[in-house]
Ligand binder design. Structure first.
Ligand code: PLP
Length: 523
């Protein structure tokens, strides 16, 4: 900070904003909620050095940025530079500094008091998160929220959350939860209610998943909680797990957070996005312990045939790997195809199959998922102890949501009507696929399941090198929000995921806008 003068006000302001991770829109919002008049154009003028704020605004900015008004105004401070600016972000505030904290400048004479900058302890995220990525709800979405705050309508094609798009939970399900609510006040067994697990066990039996007992089933607050739990129980530092690319990024994130390494195997666009078996083989090392298979797949919408699954099982068998099967979309399959559970092909291996009601019953907000341990459980006794320990530690999953599992898994599956000609998901897929296929420079594989499509932009035409920039530019120009391929641990730039849950008229508008954007956009 030494050597800065009044002329550097804008630099100090910008620097403090950077350090705090605050953008102009954030400060404008904070000012509004504090009753301080501060517009975006005003703030831009401060940042560009055109004007400086009046005392009241300066004091607001100083407080919001965790620095002293005096430092912000003229760079003066007889205290060490504020933490926010020093980079010593994790250090607690020493007591002697705390004592020197004084109110903002209020000198009664002309001599400005040299007040100490107010040192503020800053909290950084854990370094465990350094290599963790979850862009589906990342910075581009933050920008979309900012735009919405300014009254801009954004067409969101980014999150696989059925309810906001008018997919309603069947009345019977809501009624059953309502009726059971008073019985769901206490913690349940940490694995879950017996009736829920029994229904899941029977579902697993119908899918041919071998050797699953009620005790082998764990309910969770969505499959997400159990993915994290399983990775924590399974991975040691240095362990490797094979994860598809593109993937549903929670898998890579959880494996990484658990201290392991996600090694990505390629799903091949030229082969309907099926896993490339040779690539899987080539990525196995002595440290490889498991393989994740996401089928049906998010983000590609691919449904793997039995032969492909059989080949994955062969590799797992040869290398003694645990199979983690994410099958949350198994009841959202189209074109008369049948979903095959990979665990049904591997009775001699240890498998954990993940599933839930978020997608099949459009109750993502209720938070109910499960995992089933199957096959050769003898080889995983110790791992199962670890899973039990972690399951007990979180006491249990949301009990009201467990109470509807039996209702949902039994009887007629209403979602089936959405997946055939005339049904919403089917028709929306047809529409989006058709539109994308007819756009110049776009290639796309027709998805057979779930509600995602993963198009590719011709590199010779669009020259996309930065996926995030593409997503941001599309958002800013056309107010359409998608998730860039990079968000799915997909290395090649120029891919993105569209969620085709919105109704056709919304998809129509979004496709028009995308087409218009692609007619001029180049990187
Ligand atoms: N697995 C996949 C492949 C998903 O796409 C999702 C959610 O989008 C999940 C798991 C998490 O689902 P849940 O709502 O059960 O946590």
């Amino acid at each position: 900070m030494e050597g800065q003068t009044n002329n550097d006000f804008s630099a100090r302001l910008g620097q403090a904003m950077n350090e705090r991770g605050l953008r102009q829109a954030d400060l404008v919002r904070m000012a509004a909620s504090d009753g301080v008049k501060l517009g975006k154009s005003q703030l831009s003028q401060y940042l560009s050095g055109k004007t400086e704020p009046r005392k009241a605004t300066l004091e607001f900015l100083a407080t919001a940025l965790g620095v002293s008004a005096e430092w912000l105004s003229d760079g003066a401070s007889d205290a060490p530079a504020p933490h926010v600016l020093s980079g010593a972000t994790d250090a607690p505030t020493p007591p002697e500094m705390r004592q020197r904290e004084t109110p903002l400048a209020s000198s009664g004479n002309n001599t400005k008091e040299k007040e100490s900058a107010m040192p503020r302890r800053q909290f950084k995220k854990s370094s465990k998160l350094d290599n963790v990525l979850y862009d589906i709800r990342g910075p581009v979405l933050d920008e979309a929220y900012r735009m919405e705050d300014q009254g801009i309508h954004v067409l969101k094609l980014n999150i696989g959350n059925p309810a906001p798009f008018g997919f309603r939970t069947p009345d019977e399900v809501v009624k059953d939860m309502q009726d059971q609510l008073t019985e769901c006040e206490g913690y349940s067994n940490s694995r879950g209610l017996f009736t829920a697990r029994k229904a899941i066990m029977q579902y697993d039996q119908l899918k041919g998943i071998p050797n699953v007992d009620v005790e082998d089933i764990y309910t969770g607050n969505g499959a997400s909680e159990l993915i994290q739990l399983a990775m924590n129980a399974f991975m040691n530092e240095g362990d490797e797990i094979l994860v598809p690319s593109p993937d549903y990024p929670l898998w890579t994130a959880c494996a990484t957070l658990a201290g392991g390494t996600a090694v990505h195997y390629i799903c091949d666009e030229k082969a309907n996005w099926y896993p490339d078996i040779e690539d899987i083989r080539s990525k196995v090392t002595p440290r490889t312990k498991g393989i994740v298979v996401i089928n049906p797949n998010n983000p590609t919408g691919a449904l793997y045939p039995r032969e492909v699954l059989q080949q994955i099982v062969d590799v797992a068998r040869e290398n003694q790997l645990v199979i983690f099967a994410d099958e949350i979309y198994d009841r959202l399959v189209m074109d008369g195809k049948q979903h095959v559970s990979i665990a049904s092909l591997a009775p001699d291996l240890f498998c954990i199959t993940f599933n839930g009601l978020s997608k099949s019953h459009m109750v993502a907000g209720y938070r109910i998922g499960w995992m089933s341990l199957s096959g050769n459980k003898r080889i995983a006794k110790d791992l199962i102890d670890g899973i039990n320990m972690l399951s007990n530690m979180r006491l249990c999953s949301n009990v009201p949501a467990q109470s509807i599992v039996q209702t949902c898994l039994g009887g007629i599956q209403r979602s089936q009507g959405l997946l055939v000609p005339g049904g919403r998901i089917y028709e929306q897929r047809e529409y989006v696929y058709e539109r994308l296929s007819n756009m110049d420079g776009v290639t796309v594989t027709k998805p057979e399941a779930a509600f995602y499509i993963f198009p590719r932009l011709d590199p010779d035409k669009f020259h996309i090198t930065d996926d995030d920039q593409f997503a941001l530019d599309l958002l800013k120009d056309e107010h359409v929000l998608i998730t860039a391929g990079k968000g799915f641990n997909w290395e090649k730039p120029g891919y993105f995921r569209i969620v085709y849950l919105p109704r056709k008229h919304t998809l129509h508008e979004a496709m028009d806008k995308l087409e218009d954007f692609l007619s001029y956009y180049r990187q």
